[in-house]
Write a new protein. Structure first.
Length: 474
């Protein structure tokens, strides 16, 4: 009982010491990143009307996630050379600069440049938020603080589509990025007021950063960009070559990542099904790639093809995040004996949602679309915590830290690759000829049917990893 009591967060003491204000402040970086990440879904319809470039819609997420992956890997190492406060102020300023470019972009190409810079700043803010907990707060309350940060992420992901829809309808999609410009600038300036402790303003004595994985991330970036390029100006030979080269680059990335153990982003043999780690990573990647279609193109198809109000589309997108959070809480205390069934059920729900979208999106039935969104989000919510636990539990003890950090990194890679593949499918199905009712109708089915095989792969992977669930130490 004494141990449990000592691990409780004394909120009054945190408030009196100023630590609570600092914690809320660093959590703001997570909020800015997560809200911006999901907000784009509901500003895409007015954005493509203003800037054109519907054939580049898939890039809006792919380029943002790519920036976040690179910056997330860099930020954790930079604090060994530059004080935490300086790092966070720089990341917030970079984020604000990217948002400003997006807000004032005259065309889609400039907008994508802003999205890349935003992703760099946002990814760094998230990484630095977790570093800040380790640097600024007692170890005994880390689990509680990390739990609160997860809740902040969930609420932000939920509010992003609604914010985009509300601001777009009341003002303009540009104002949505204007809000983030102001918020990023305010956070950058506030860093010098809020983060004044020695832990935040000084380098840690004797700190040595792990080598930065330059080569691996360069190969990853090249692979994602090549896949995305395959969807621009779709031509059979050209697009096929770009796609094959891009996929080869992505495969080579995992080879290069294993060359330097000190800077690895993933555990050994991340896709080997001889280990639950491999089947688990396969599941994470397959479902992350396969579920991008709805969040990127869903609102655009709903508003164009079925005249569904953008605010309604925002609520449907947000419902996916709500289902994820609620079901994750409901199953959080499930006994180990239930984990196998929960993982498989979650995977089946996700795959069913993908198949359901292929029918519901062309039909335009709001209840059916909402049901598919809830299935997809709820499936992630119940499966992800247990898949994460199994992967970390069965990983080589020397690679447990790498395994835990590899899961969100793999998810981001999946989002980036999935967004690029969505662009290929959407443009090949009609969006390369412009946005219209006819092209939207053509895209609506193929954009989901094409990912059904990956949904099936995710279910098979879930079945493989579920065999070890319930047998691991808690």
């Amino acid at each position: 009982m004494d141990v449990q009591a000592s691990n409780r967060v004394d909120w009054r003491a945190l408030w009196a010491s100023g630590d609570l204000a600092r914690f809320c402040f660093i959590s703001l970086g997570i909020m800015l990143h997560a809200t911006n990440e999901t907000m784009v879904a509901t500003i895409i319809p007015p954005l493509v009307v203003d800037l054109s470039g519907v054939e580049l819609v898939g890039w809006t997420l792919a380029i943002y996630e790519l920036g976040a992956i690179v910056a997330g890997a860099a930020a954790g190492r930079m604090v060994s050379y530059v004080p935490l406060r300086t790092n966070m102020a720089g990341a917030a300023g970079l984020y604000a600069f990217g948002a400003l470019i997006c807000a004032t972009a005259p065309d889609m190409t400039v907008f994508l440049g802003g999205r890349l810079i935003e992703g760099l700043g946002g990814g760094a803010l998230v990484s630095l938020a977790f570093v800040s907990v380790e640097r600024l707060f007692p170890r005994r309350i880390w689990p509680q603080l990390f739990g609160i940060m997860s809740a902040v992420w969930g609420v932000s992901a939920f509010s992003g589509p609604l914010l985009g829809a509300l601001v777009s309808e009341a003002l303009s999609w540009r104002w949505a990025f204007g809000i983030f410009t102001a918020a990023g600038m305010a956070m950058a300036l506030a860093c010098f007021v809020v983060l004044r402790s020695p832990e935040a303003t000084r380098r840690r004595p004797g700190a040595v950063a792990a080598p930065f994985p330059f080569r691996a991330l360069a190969v990853l970036a090249a692979g994602v960009i090549l896949v995305a390029m395959a969807g621009v100006g779709v031509e059979a030979l050209r697009s096929t070559l770009f796609l094959l080269c891009g996929l080869a680059g992505l495969a080579f990335f995992f080879v290069v990542d294993g060359w330097r153990p000190a800077s690895r982003l993933f555990p050994t043999k991340p896709f080997s099904w001889r280990s639950p780690v491999g089947s688990g990573m396969t599941m994470v990647l397959a479902f992350s790639v396969a579920t991008c279609s709805f969040s990127i193109y869903g609102p655009l198809i709903m508003t164009t093809l079925h005249d569904i109000p953008i605010l309604t589309a925002g609520y449907i997108i947000a419902a996916e995040s709500i289902a994820w959070s609620i079901l994750s809480i409901i199953v959080a205390n499930a006994p180990p004996s239930r984990e196998r069934g929960i993982i498989i059920l979650g995977a089946v729900m996700i795959a069913t949602g993908i198949v359901g979208f292929a029918y519901a999106m062309p039909l335009g039935s709001i209840p059916l679309i909402l049901a598919c969104a809830i299935l997809q989000g709820g499936g992630f919510g119940i499966a992800w915590p247990f898949v994460t636990r199994v992967i970390v539990a069965v990983a080589d003890p020397a690679e447990s830290t790498i395994a835990s950090s590899a899961i969100p990194t793999m998810q981001r890679i999946g989002y980036a690759v999935g967004a690029a593949l969505c662009g290929i499918i959407a443009n090949a199905s009609g969006f390369s000829h412009g946005l219209s009712d006819e092209t939207a109708a053509s895209v609506a089915s193929w954009l989901f049917l094409a990912f059904v095989p990956l949904g099936i792969l995710g279910v098979v992977s879930a079945t493989a990893i579920a065999r070890t669930a319930g047998r691991q130490p808690q």
